[in-house]
Write a protein that binds this ligand. Structure first.
Ligand code: NAP
Length: 318
């Protein structure tokens, strides 16, 4: 069935919100099932992989592939089978109406079913200097940017598994990695902690909060200002790069009033399915997954969401 066009309003059998590996895999499968899905790409088409460089762990690419290229290919593959992909972000969803109503800046869409694949974003400290220097010595992704810090000294902010993993990864390039943690005890799992503690290239700055990142876009970062969280004392510590690894937030704010989710915002699904608490709404990818957070695991649940949506629509239409 092709969408029925009206002025700035269309009706669809399936809308997919989000265009990372989960959303585009859902689009591929549902397009091949003749659902002619509409994908609302969101503000970052392609999702988090578009800010990475080499992806070496996506099966089928033995030489690796650039993140943006992988996402372009996924989009093309979904389009080839009839997915309609629009560079628009959903700003409102009305899941108490049938069909569901999804509003973007320019248009209103109606849909019989919905796949939520809005992903997650790296959390930031909220410092003005951090935004200004992002990409100029500040990063939220060691796998994307570590390469640029070969032979340099860098910091990783955070005390969880991500911080340990990022720090360990960065030792491939940096001469020294300092993990800056706001407490004296790590949150990371024992095995990840031990790996970082045993690494001779990794140092720790305990009870330390980064309150300013010092540098310029021209010359990069040269130091951070740190507050001792026990005494309140401030000091400058030299560094050439700052990696933020303080967790991720699922991009699920617009579903807060309609879908069941945990305190952080990860959507509850009726595992092992992708069904949410609203019949006809399915969720997949990083918006439901705080644990694995991999492109391939997101793609897998995207596939499951498309199959769940297809079967649900079939049952409704029977
Ligand atoms: P996390 O476990 O929530 O840890 C976030 C860390 O950042 C905490 O140590 C926290 O400090 C610190 N932090 C948060 N906000 C901060 C702020 N404003 N200023 C300074 N520090 C701040 O997040 P994560 O490390 O990303 O891990 C998320 C989930 O993914 C976990 O379940 C983890 O096990 C999993 N994961 C697994 C692997 C793996 O197994 N390979 C790798 C990465 C992640 P406090 O401790 O003081 O709260």
């Amino acid at each position: 069935m092709t969408p029925t066009e009206a002025r700035n309003e269309t009706h669809h059998r399936l809308i997919i919100v989000g265009s990372g590996p989960a959303g585009l895999t859902a689009a591929l499968y549902s397009a091949r099932a003749d659902l002619a899905p509409l994908v609302l790409e969101g503000n970052q088409p392609g999702g988090q992989l578009t800010i990475t460089t080499d992806v070496e762990n996506f099966p089928g690419f033995p030489e690796g592939i650039l993140g943006p290229e992988l996402m372009d290919r996924m989009r093309e593959q979904a389009r080839r089978f009839g997915a309609l992909v629009k560079f628009e972000a959903a700003t409102e969803v009305h899941l108490d109406e049938r069909p569901f109503r999804i509003v973007t800046d320019g248009d209103t869409y109606y849909s019989d079913s919905l796949v939520v694949a809005t992903g997650a974003s790296a959390k930031l400290l909220g410092l003005p200097s951090e935004g200004h220097l992002m990409g100029y010595g500040v990063s939220a992704c060691a796998t994307c940017d570590g390469f640029f810090f070969r032979g340099k000294e860098v910091m990783v902010v955070g005390g969880g598994d991500s911080a340990m993993e990022e720090a360990t990864y960065l030792t491939k390039f940096a001469t020294k990695v300092t993990i800056v943690h706001r407490r004296s005890e790590l949150r990371a799992s024992k095995i990840m902690q031990q790996r970082a503690l045993d690494n001779p290239k990794i140092d720790f700055l305990w009870n330390a909060q980064v309150v300013e990142i010092l540098g310029t876009r021209e010359d990069g970062v040269h130091a951070v200002r740190i507050t001792d969280t026990t005494t309140g004392d401030e000091r400058e510590v030299p560094t050439q790069g700052v990696f933020l690894a303080i967790g991720h937030s699922p991009n699920t704010q617009i579903f807060r009033n309609s879908l069941e989710m945990n305190d952080i915002g990860y959507i509850h699904v009726q595992s092992p399915s992708t069904r949410t608490n609203v019949a006809g709404v399915f969720a997949c990818g990083d918006a439901v997954d705080p644990t694995y957070r991999q492109a391939i695991s997101a793609a897998g649940t995207g596939c499951a969401a498309a199959i769940d949506a297809e079967r649900w629509l079939e049952a409704q239409e029977r």
